[in-house]
Design a protein around this ligand. Structure first.
Ligand code: ADP
Length: 623
């Protein structure tokens, strides 16, 4: 959607210029190739116009064979050379354009990576980003238009210069004084023709600009339509939806929505406007241009008839003058397009200008060979952005490397939030988190993150090689990757894979890729965390998708897996937390109990309640 607030001309120029600078800095060759191609493309027709005029003049005049041969040869050679050069430059330009078109998303991707996490997940950011993409897909609005503007400006300016050079003599050539049309020699007529040209251009540009306003107004509806159709278009191709689609015949529901959607039908806003005011404006614009072309034909033909120049020059003047008016008209129209694009660029820059506030620390994290790290939560409270409710309240806790900490509690009690704060996806609303006595905000973010290996509940693997997934790198230590996979319980499955570590996960990029189950994916995610070999390992419900045997394997091997690292283990399966040194019990965002399993189970409270509830369940089923 375009930001429909009307922009001043200054703002229009500022926004487009800013976009141009960003793109020029990133893709200088795109503009170089485009510039060369457009200049040649703009100027080359004049060579033909000029040479044909000379040829006709010679034919209509002395008909000197040698001169005729020279003109013909010049016309043929220049046409061949120019066509060749144009073709070469056009290919170069197309190549650079394709490269840039693919790469332009990296501007947004880079922004997303640098952005504060809270902004990445905010619906406003996601909405802005989807608008930017849709504006580009819909009609190339935003960044993609900048290259078109650049090409148009160059083309128009060069074309206008060439036309002026070939038109000046139309006004300077004089009709003999004895002729009754000699009054056309008066400079007034030159000014009149130029004035008419500018008036026609201005009127036609106004009509076009007015018409383009409707496109901006249509943006909202088109945006929805586009979103809708691209969803529907991809529906049957989405393998994750395939089962539900068949089972519940979901396509029927979608089809009925498609039928009701009027974004692109004859009744849509733009179709109605095209039949009405846009059509009228277009007709007026074209009529004005045609009237002006008629006037220039008349003026030139009368001057030739009255003897101001030879008949061959008529083609030159008419050709050049029409091109002059075309290129100045194009420049005028461009103002309207720039204005239209500014509205879309606002959305682009709203997104690109989202401030990065969180990750500004610069301290390096001391690489301690003794791994002596201590984390402290000091009276930490936290509310998610836009939420009134505290997800964590006055949490205070210390833990050291080597400790096994389990975090337990009911759903929604704040366990995952605790981990998100620890790895700085968010900063606390109140209180502070310290690493070795220093607020974690002060550390360089990448350095700080290097001491954590985390398996989130909703981890994601890439549809690339198994080994690459484990190492999170393309070049990696194969032995280590394999050993981590075995440690995580993926050994047997690995042995069964023909291509071992080189097997692709899923089938997106390799039809021989393997479809893995949720449990297998969880093991790979665990192996990935082990491969990183960071001093802190955090596992958020690491066995939720595992079958009971695999789960018990992970528990039995847990100490071996974790070694001398600090492990923070989040689970609501209390039996799996017994082996931890300390258990912290969360309830409604607060840490309500802390101790060993034996201590906690012996006292009345949340832990005992949860434990008894689960034990009862197991007993019932076990008996
Ligand atoms: P747990 O991991 O213990 O199940 P969470 O830490 O995920 O609980 O959630 C704690 C509370 O914070 C819950 O009330 C949940 O609804 C809320 N919450 C979690 N994520 C968000 C979010 N992104 N925005 C707003 N509230 C959230």
């Amino acid at each position: 959607m375009a930001n429909s607030k009307k922009a001043s001309l200054r703002e229009v120029m500022h926004l487009n210029n800013r976009a141009f600078k960003i793109l020029y800095h990133k893709y200088p060759r795109l503009f170089l190739s485009g510039g060369l191609y457009q200049s040649l493309h703009a100027l080359s027709p004049y060579v033909g116009i000029y040479l044909s005029a000379q040829l006709i003049n010679e034919l209509a005049g002395t008909r000197n064979v040698e001169r005729l041969q020279t003109w013909v040869l010049a016309a043929l050679c220049s046409a061949a050379v120019l066509a060749f050069l144009e073709a070469v430059l056009q290919r170069w330009q197309t190549y650079e354009y394709n490269v840039a078109r693919e790469d332009i998303n990296s501007i947004y991707a880079q922004k997303m990576i640098e952005m504060d996490f809270s902004c990445v997940v905010s619906s406003k950011t996601q909405e802005d980003f989807s608008q930017i993409r849709q504006n580009a897909n819909w009609a190339g609005w935003g960044f993609p238009r900048i290259r078109d503007f650049f090409n148009s400006i160059l083309q128009s300016v060069f074309s206008a210069c060439g036309a002026v050079a070939l038109t000046i003599s139309l006004f300077t050539a004089r009709i003999p004084v004895q002729n009754s049309f000699a009054f056309l020699n008066h400079p007034f007529f030159a000014i009149l023709m130029l004035g008419m040209m500018l008036a026609a251009i201005f009127l036609s540009a106004c009509c076009n600009n007015r018409a383009s306003v409707y496109w901006i107004q249509y943006a909202q509806q088109a945006k929805f339509g586009n979103r809708f159709f691209s969803f529907f278009g991809g529906l049957s191709m989405d393998r994750h939806r395939a089962m539900d689609l068949r089972m519940y015949d979901q396509e029927q529901v979608c089809r009925s929505y498609v039928r009701r959607n009027k974004s692109f039908t004859p009744g849509s806003f733009i179709a109605r406007k095209a039949k009405g005011p846009m059509g009228m404006l277009c007709a007026v614009g074209v009529m004005t241009s045609v009237a002006f072309t008629g006037a220039i034909y008349l003026f030139t033909c009368i001057k030739a008839w009255a003897g101001a120049f030879a008949v061959g020059s008529v083609t030159q003047y008419i050709g050049a003058f029409t091109k002059l008016s075309g290129s100045i008209g194009q420049l005028f129209n461009l103002v309207g397009d720039l204005r239209g694009n500014a509205a879309f660029l606002r959305t682009t820059f709203d997104f690109l200008d989202i401030p990065h506030e969180m990750y500004q620390g610069s301290l390096t994290v001391e690489k301690r060979s003794d791994c002596k790290y201590e984390i402290e939560f000091r009276d930490v409270s936290f509310r998610y952005p836009g939420s009134e409710v505290y997800a964590l309240r006055h949490a205070s806790m210390k833990f050291r490397v080597g400790e096994r900490l389990a975090i337990v509690g009911r759903n929604g009690s704040g366990k995952t939030t605790f981990v998100k704060l620890l790895c700085r996806l968010y900063d606390p609303t109140e209180g502070e988190i310290l690493l070795n006595g220093i607020n974690i905000r002060k550390y360089d973010y990448a350095e700080y993150m290097s001491i954590f290996s985390i398996v989130f509940q909703d981890f994601k693997l890439l549809a690339f090689g198994l080994g690459e997934n484990v190492a999170a790198k393309s070049k990696y230590n194969r032995m280590r990757a394999e050993s981590c996979l075995r440690q995580a319980g993926f050994g047997e499955r690995l042995d069964a894979l023909e291509k071992g570590l080189d097997t692709y996960l899923y089938r997106e990029f390799d039809e021989k890729g393997v479809e893995i189950s949720g449990g297998e994916a969880q093991k790979i995610a665990l192996a990935r965390a082990l491969y990183k070999d960071a001093p802190f390992i955090i596992l958020d419900e690491p066995t939720a998708a595992l079958d009971p045997i695999a789960e018990s394997e992970v528990y039995t091997k847990f100490n071996e897996l974790v070694g001398d690292k600090t492990a923070i283990y989040i689970s609501h399966r209390l039996s799996s937390c017994r082996f931890c040194d300390t258990i912290a019990v969360f309830e409604e965002g607060a840490i309500v109990q802390r101790g060993t399993h034996e201590e906690l189970v012996a006292q009345p409270g949340e832990y005992a309640e949860l434990w008894n509830a689960q034990a009862q369940y197991y007993r019932k089923n076990g008996e």
